[in-house]
Design a protein around this ligand. Structure first.
Ligand code: SF4
Length: 87
């Protein structure tokens, strides 16, 4: 399954926590929680690309769509926060 690629190249996968932002929303991914269900990939293939590094590409989608996809993550590995632009 393509999602087995997620986290593969990270030395200590269990402790990996990464953030990816498009300037409006920041996606947080915690490797140890990820069950590699592939739901994020199926829901938004433009952003979640397990065979690429970095595997999350937030500039490829709208903020609303990213949030929608993150909320579908069944394990809680994906979370998000809105970027405070200080306005
Ligand atoms: S939906 Fe969540 S648990 Fe499934 S592959 Fe994506 S990050 Fe991992």
């Amino acid at each position: 399954m393509e999602c087995e690629e997620i986290g593969k190249k990270d030395g200590n996968r269990d402790n990996v926590k990464r953030t990816y932002t498009n300037g409006e929303v920041t996606i947080v991914w915690e490797a140890r929680k990820c069950t590699r269900s592939g739901i994020c990939v199926k829901d938004n293939r433009d952003v979640f690309k397990p065979k690429e590094r970095p595997w999350v590409k937030p500039l490829n989608s709208t903020t609303d769509k990213i949030i929608e996809t993150v909320k579908k993550c069944p394990s809680g590995a994906l979370t998000y926060f809105l970027v405070n632009k200080g306005t």
